[in-house]
Design a protein around this ligand. Structure first.
Ligand SMILES: Cc1cc2nc3c(=O)[nH]c(=O)nc-3n(C[C@H](O)[C@H](O)[C@H](O)COP(=O)(O)OP(=O)(O)OC[C@H]3O[C@@H](n4cnc5c(N)ncnc54)[C@H](O)[C@@H]3O)c2cc1C
Length: 280
């Protein structure tokens, strides 16, 4: 299929990009791995594509407060970076194939908001914040309030994802991501990222990000609270009981299957995160 006609602009500064994106029919393009197929199928018919390549939004900076990941950072760069929490690296390693990891960007994944996005689970579990820019100024949205539904976020159409800010994790913390993947696309059928802070064998705080079986990636808040009250001793039973019911459709058997698999991957991620936290 051939895309409908569009203009192409490659701004040199964020302000120029925001000017171009002020046109409500213009779209940003990052790695193009999600957008180009939509253009070819004519599901997206933008007036202009605003290429974000030259805006200096690429790279990972670390300071005392945590990590700032530029929106144009690719999965591959995240995997190769020093100091990224294990859950984020494992999310990125789970994405597609080498081509997708080389060109696909974190900002593109966050803006696209596929309900099965791997990285969404990781940034949810790590309590990240999405930093947006528009002509009205900068704005920050906690990841837990960002993903609203399939391919739908709290981002305005003219807002640019500029950075993902991942707070420093407390001492004694570990994180992990485990998923069961579709063998063809490698998208998560179900994936769980866990960040846990440990005192010896006991969980003192914990957050769980889920992806794949819900209309949008989400936190398993009831499970997190129960794991902390229980200290982690009865994690398997709590996960079976408290993982939110999948809502991506399918019959009762499929929903029950995905819920069970979600509890399994969640417990595996918890065990790995807890072991890393205890060794930290
Ligand atoms: C074969 C294949 C397999 C895949 N497998 C997986 C998988 O296993 N797991 C997984 O999670 N994902 C998978 N993906 C999806 C992949 O993660 C996304 O395509 C990619 O991350 C999107 O990033 P991009 O840079 O390519 O975004 P683009 O395709 O360039 O853009 C996607 C959307 O986001 C908007 N956008 C991009 N950047 C910004 C920004 N900074 N600010 C505002 N809006 C922006 C664009 O306008 C567009 O609407 C797969 C994709 C392919 C093609």
């Amino acid at each position: 299929m051939i895309p409908a006609e569009f203009d192409y602009v490659r701004p040199r500064t964020i302000d120029e990009a925001l000017d171009a994106l002020a046109d409500p029919d213009a779209l940003a393009i990052a790695g193009g791995h999600s957008l180009v197929p939509l253009l070819k199928l004519r599901f997206a018919r933008p007036s202009a594509l605003v290429d974000l390549a030259d805006l200096g939004l690429r790279g990972i900076r670390q300071d005392g407060n945590g990590l700032e990941i530029g929106a144009m950072t690719t999965y591959d760069e995240l995997i190769r970076s020093d100091g990224a929490p294990a859950a984020l690296r494992e999310c990125a390693e789970s994405v597609g194939d080498m081509q997708v990891r080389n060109a696909g960007t974190l900002g593109g994944a966050v803006a696209h908001a596929d309900p099965a996005s791997d990285i969404a689970a990781g940034i949810l579990a790590l309590g990240a914040t999405i930093r947006l820019r528009s002509q009205s100024g900068p704005r920050e949205i906690p990841t837990s309030e960002f993903f609203l539904g399939p391919f739908t976020t709290a981002r305005g159409t003219q807002e640019l994802v500029a950075e993902i800010a991942v707070p420093a994790q407390p001492e004694g913390s570990g994180s992990a991501y485990v998923s069961i993947e579709d063998p063809a696309s490698r998208y998560a059928i179900v994936g769980a990222a866990v960040a846990a802070c440990m005192d010896g064998d006991r969980i003192v705080s914990c957050s769980v990000g889920l992806t794949g079986a819900w209309a949008a990636p989400l936190r398993a808040s009831a499970l997190e609270e129960a794991l902390v009250s229980d200290g982690g001793a009865d994690a398997r039973r709590l996960a079976e009981m408290l993982i939110p019911e999948p809502d991506v459709g399918g019959d009762d058997a499929e929903i029950a299957y995905r819920r069970h698999v979600a509890s399994v991957v969640c417990v595996r991620a918890l065990e790995r995160a807890a072991a890393r936290g205890a060794a930290a």
